[in-house]
Design a protein around this ligand. Structure first.
Ligand SMILES: C[S@@+](CC[C@H](N)C(=O)[O-])C[C@H]1O[C@@H](n2cnc3c(N)ncnc32)[C@H](O)[C@@H]1O
Length: 172
């Protein structure tokens, strides 16, 4: 099966295409940059050598977390507490991770209008497009404005907060 997902299962070094972060404005920190990035998404970055998950996060964060790790939810949890930045994840909107770390704290969710081709560390476009729909999650008002201005897709914006059905987490 020729899908991006298969590749993601083998490596978590898929780089976000530059046009995505260019459309979202300047970021202060990429806490999980590859050790050899073809471009910078933020002024500062942590790599696997720093363990960005255990570091202090400051400023506006760009997060495309390492997906093949058992700790993936820890990255989402940290972002939902940090509450300043934008996170790129699979648009698996029915999952526990969405109910725990996206809906309760997000100010908006942009459903991307295409499935991006992520890149290899040399900056070349990967061979396959994303195997799933991709979304971008904002965690404060200013970052929501960035989503709205980005032209990367349709923005779902809650009235107040996203409404979560009572006892939703018991479903999982
Ligand atoms: C999906 S890639 C995203 C790379 C980059 N943030 C971007 O958006 O283009 C996830 C990256 O996380 C890095 N990574 C894995 N574990 C890490 C850790 N504990 N601390 C920092 N980076 C880590 C991997 O090396 C990988 O390059």
């Amino acid at each position: 099966m020729k899908t991006h997902l298969k590749s993601v299962g083998q490596t978590d070094t898929w780089i976000t295409p530059k046009y995505i972060t260019d459309a979202l404005g300047k970021f202060d920190l990429d806490p999980c940059a590859h050790t050899d990035m073809p471009w910078q998404h933020a002024d500062r970055c942590y790599t696997i050598h720093d363990d960005g998950l255990s570091q202090k996060w400051d400023g506006r964060v760009w997060l495309n977390p390492p997906y093949n790790q058992y700790r993936i939810n820890h990255w989402l949890q940290k972002m939902s507490v940090h509450k300043n930045g934008i996170m790129l994840i699979n648009a698996a909107c029915e999952t526990k991770r969405f109910y725990k770390y996206v809906y309760p704290e997000a100010t908006g969710i942009l459903m991307m209008n295409h499935r991006p081709f992520f890149c290899t560390p040399d900056g070349k476009r990967g061979p396959y497009g994303s195997g799933q729909s991709i979304c971008l999650v904002s965690y404060d008002e200013q970052n929501l404005q960035s989503l709205l201005q980005s032209k990367l897709g349709v923005v779902l914006k809650p009235i107040g907060n996203f409404q979560i059905e009572e006892d939703a987490l018991k479903l999982f």
